[in-house]
Ligand binder design. Structure first.
Ligand code: THU
Length: 161
């Protein structure tokens, strides 16, 4: 007989950035500042990511677009690839992601795309340590989760290879 399994994911919802703990708020504010330097002339959707490493260093990244659209890269991957290339052995503790658009005010947290979830998940597996995720829009609620696995259940990992 087939049986069903349930996979739960969990986020904590804060009504606004003001409710966050100081360290989380600072990381998110840095992500916001970084989003202003995104190179997004095609989408006008400016994403910023700030990655807190275990050694206290913060690495940031923003989306980089290209006239050949698929050649661009999301903010989250720019940030974590930068972190991993500069500090290869250092655990990634938290990533904060936010976005703004020149077309509308973003009032809901911006969820990382599937490719970024996969890339982020790699570092949880590599370091055997969960990566916290902080997601926000330009204003409004902030979602926080204790692990990327809440964004990408049943993820494909090296264990399958
Ligand atoms: N983008 C990100 O940087 N992160 C995401 O998680 C979603 C999308 C970027 C890619 C592209 O430059 C623009 O947002 C519109 O998709």
């Amino acid at each position: 007989m087939p049986r069903q399994i349930k996979i739960n994911t969990e986020f904590t919802v804060y009504d606004s950035l003001e409710e966050l703990k100081e360290q989380d708020k600072e990381l998110l504010l840095l992500a916001k500042k970084t989003s202003e330097n995104a190179y997004a002339p095609y989408s006008n959707f400016f994403v910023g990511a700030a990655v807190l490493l275990e050694n206290g260093i913060i690495v940031t990244g923003n989306n980089q677009e290209n006239a050949a659209y698929p050649s661009g890269l999301c903010a989250e991957r720019v940030a974590v690839f930068h972190a991993s290339s500069q500090y290869p052995g250092v655990k990634i503790k938290t990533i904060a992601v936010t976005a703004k658009s020149s077309k509308q005010i973003i009032r809901t947290p911006v969820p990382p795309c599937g490719g970024c979830r996969q890339s982020l998940s790699e570092y949880e597996v590599k370091f055997k340590s969960p990566v916290r995720v902080i997601l926000s829009g330009q204003e409004g609620p902030v979602y926080i989760s204790d692990s990327i696995s809440n964004l990408l259940p049943l993820s494909f990992t090296a264990e399958s290879l």
